[in-house]
Design a binder for this molecule. Structure first.
Ligand SMILES: [Zn+2]
Ligand SMILES: [Zn+2]
Length: 241
């Protein structure tokens, strides 16, 4: 489906430079070598073998309902994401986003597609450094690939401490406990938070808290990769599984 939506375009593989026509921009042999995230808990995306042991989410479930990432945050995904975020390699971000879109389409069930995609905003400092917000580029590409709406303005961060002098005490207290706020409260009911990498989940939990406070009950987290404790991505599946 994704291939039909995007059209097959011949271009160099982002990893080996060979001409290829995969929709995601990574040739089939290179795809097989990528650290696709093994199937795991739909809530926290931890691969099942590890979820049964130390790394489960039973005691502290995430504040969102579903989590999906395409990859484990390992070589060469880690390097590609860092190039995307900090060295302007937008082609890498685009390719990995299309890999994520393929995973989402592969696993989509009835009612699972969100009504709106919202990227986690960058801090003002990072945005000025990079000139773009990586999560917003991911959200834009995902929205196009999946034919869903997205909004770069729905979620924002409170101003940094230096910029807070004109805020009320309550506004400052809110920003101290959760750096995010919503610019709208009326919106479609199912939302996907878009980020580049899932690490501690603290950021996504903050965003999900804000969404829940505004009355949104079905919240997904979609990201390119998930960082994992060493040795927990054994038996990773591929895009075709
Ligand atoms: Zn390749
Ligand atoms: Zn879990």
């Amino acid at each position: 489906m994704l291939r039909r939506l995007l059209g097959a375009v011949k271009r160099p593989c982002i990893l080996c430079d060979q001409n290829q026509t995969e929709a995601c921009g990574v040739c089939a042999p290179c795809q097989k070598d990528l650290p696709w995230l093994a199937r795991g808990c739909p809530r926290c995306a931890m691969p099942w073998p590890s979820h049964k042991g130390l790394y489960n989410c039973f005691n502290q479930p995430p504040r969102f309902n579903l989590c999906q990432t395409a990859f484990a945050y390992d070589f060469p995904i880690k390097q590609l994401i860092l190039e995307f975020k900090d060295q302007g390699n937008l082609a890498a971000g685009h390719a990995l986003t299309l890999c994520l879109a393929q995973c989402i389409v592969r696993d989509a069930g009835p009612g699972i597609m969100p009504d709106l995609l919202i990227p986690v905003p960058s801090t003002w400092r990072k945005r000025r450094q990079r000139g773009y917000n990586p999560a917003a580029l991911i959200a834009k590409d995902l929205a196009r690939a999946l034919n869903r709406p997205w909004s770069p303005k729905f979620l924002k961060t409170h101003p940094t401490r230096q910029d807070r002098k004109h805020q009320s005490r309550q506004q400052r207290l809110n920003a101290a406990t959760n750096p995010f706020y919503l610019t709208r409260t009326k919106a479609p009911c199912q939302i996907a938070i878009i980020d580049d990498v899932v690490t501690s989940m603290a950021t996504a939990n903050h965003v999900a808290d804000r969404l829940q406070q505004a009355g949104f009950s079905h919240i997904s987290l979609w990201a390119l990769a998930r960082s994992l404790p060493p040795g927990t991505n054994n038996g990773a599946n591929t895009i075709d599984d």
